[in-house]
Write a protein that binds this ligand. Structure first.
Ligand code: ADP
Ligand code: DP6
Length: 505
């Protein structure tokens, strides 16, 4: 009877900041870190008098934050009112609930009665994020365990989350909870929207690519509603790469024009939400999404340096201020960054193509290079195809080094730590390790976990090296799957970060 949906966390490899402006593109990888939403009725049996009720209950539980909030849902206006203490509010989930309910109302014109019955039963929503979204460094250290992925693996799934201390919020750009930077809010919003829409029979998550009730695919409906809820909860229009990745998985993304959400802003002036959502669903969503994933035999690794993460909005604010104050320099930096981002993308796509056309040679080259530092890779450029593959590998490294220099310059000019000195040292030593193709700060940069792309089996050596430098390698891997329907509550079905979900696209 319970509906469980999950959505993945992301790593933005290229395109940080630039992706905020069309037509700049970003490469985003989805991961096996997933956020789960469990939706079930509060009361299965309906009392006869319930048909006269004006309000119903919505219960939201977040076990990892030890939070429970109770809301009253007006059955006439379909608005939500929180009756719990204000410190337990979750604006992302509140918007997700309101907009999913409004969409259900809009979709149910022929069968309002069954929807009404589902509402009368009350909505019991539980949200759970994989441990990979949060930093467990303190717990591991206090347990006296080594800083290794194996130690992370011994933690109970969906463990309690550490809050950053109050003094560290704001001034040091630290977020509320100690996060790793995988985009918990986007994955959480998407999972809640998807689970609710499926529970309320607006979409069919068992076949989400099919055209549904609104004349587009159910995945597109989930995307539009999750994106709208996420923007309204954040109070700003970000690029949306994180929500797009949570819905569709790994991709090359170009943002939507922010005007598409102007309808949602009308919500503030009191238009009924189902009319707002009707406008959103008919809007001109012009984002571009192209297939992208890592070339074969390449693996994503994330290393948490232990500084509690960074708050993206304050970093974005500083970069925007710099763009206004020094437009010429900013434009020059962005042009070069855009070229370097494109160069890395081209090299990775070319490696995927070479792998497809010359699999045996590709396999041999990657295996050989995986045990060598990059300056020795040319030793294997003995035949034309080997040489072509190695040229592309080295080209990808050069593009990444250029991206890093330009991102550092942007940070210095804007006065924010996009690639702070401590991360530079870590990234340099990572890129100089055997079998490492590239390494960088994902997304907005700062003190979130760094990423590395490794060749073949070289990852375990890298994680050992990180561990000896006090860097905790996470259990996260690339997993191209977007939002999906789960078979049950992840706490009982035993889903952990090591187990990936059903493939939907
Ligand atoms: N498991 C969870 N349960 C409830 N709320 C959560 C959970 N994980 C994250 N959150 C909330 O989601 C928000 C995360 O948003 P944000 O700081 O923008 O991080 P991110 O970059 O990961 O999206 C925070 O308000 C946080 O309290
Ligand atoms: C600056 C950005 O372009 C990228 C931010 O990417 P992150 O991956 O750093 O985001 P968080 O989830 O907040 O950690 C802003 C945007 O695209 O919205």
């Amino acid at each position: 009877m319970a509906v469980v949906a999950s959505a993945p966390g992301k790593v933005l490899m290229t395109g940080g900041y630039l992706i905020l402006e069309r037509p700049n593109a970003g490469l985003v990888l989805s991961t096996n870190a997933r956020f789960y939403a469990v939706v079930k009725p509060i009361n299965v049996e309906l009392k006869p008098e319930s048909w006269a009720w004006k309000w119903t209950d919505v219960k939201l539980t977040s076990p990892q934050l030890s939070r429970e909030s109770i809301y009253k849902l007006s059955l006439k206006h379909l608005t939500l009112q929180c009756v719990s203490a204000s410190d337990s509010r979750n604006p992302f989930v509140e918007h997700a609930i309101q907009y999913a309910i409004a969409a259900a109302h809009l979709a149910s014109h022929k069968d309002k009665e069954s929807l009404h019955k589902l509402f009368l039963q009350g909505l019991d929503i539980t949200i759970l994020g994989s441990n990979d979204f949060y930093s467990y460094r303190n717990q591991i250290e206090s347990l006296g365990l080594p800083l290794t992925p194996e130690s992370l693996g011994t933690l109970a799934p969906f463990a309690s989350i550490t809050f950053n201390s109050c003094e560290s919020n704001g001034a040091n750009c630290k977020p509320e909870v100690a996060k790793t930077g995988l985009g918990s809010s986007a994955a959480m919003t998407t999972a809640v929207v998807a689970a609710l829409l499926h529970y309320l029979r607006v979409v069919d998550l068992s076949d989400p690519c099919k055209e549904g009730k609104f004349g587009c695919s159910d995945l597109d409906v989930i995307h539009m509603i999750a994106q709208t809820s996420h923007c309204l909860a954040q109070g700003k229009v970000g690029s949306g790469f994180d929500v797009s990745c949570a819905v569709y998985g790994s991709q090359r993304y170009v943002r939507f024009s922010p005007e598409v959400l102007s309808f949602a802003k009308v919500a503030v002036t009191g238009l009924p939400l189902h009319e707002v959502i009707g406008g959103i669903l008919k809007g001109k969503w012009d984002h571009e999404r192209t297939e992208f994933c890592l070339p074969p035999l390449m693996n994503l690794f994330l290393g948490e340096p232990g500084s509690g993460g960074s708050s993206t909005p304050s970093m974005v604010g500083a970069v925007k201020k710099w763009q206004m104050s020094d437009p010429d320099k900013a434009r020059e930096n962005w042009q070069k960054l855009s070229d370097a981002n494109l160069e890395l993308e081209t090299k990775l796509n070319s490696l995927s193509k070479l792998a497809k056309e010359h699999w045996d040679v590709y396999l041999g080259v990657i295996k050989s290079c995986s045990v060598l530092t990059s300056e020795k890779w040319v030793l294997h450029a003995t035949e034309p195809i080997n040489e072509a593959i190695i040229r592309e590998l080295l080209g990808a490294r050069e593009a990444m080094l250029r991206i890093r220099i330009l991102m550092r310059q942007m940070g210095e000019a804007a006065g924010v730590p996009i690639e702070p000195e401590s991360q530079t040292q870590l990234l340099d030593s990572t890129m100089n390790a055997e079998g490492v193709l590239v390494a960088g700060v994902p997304g907005a940069g700062g003190f979130d976990a760094i990423f590395a792309i490794t060749l073949g089996d070289s990852g375990s050596k890298l994680t050992q090296a990180w561990s000896s430098h006090n860097v905790l390698a996470l259990l996260v891997k690339e997993d191209p799957h977007g939002v999906c329907l789960e078979s049950g509550d992840p706490r009982t079905t035993g889903i952990t970060s090591g187990v990936s979900s059903i493939h939907i696209e």
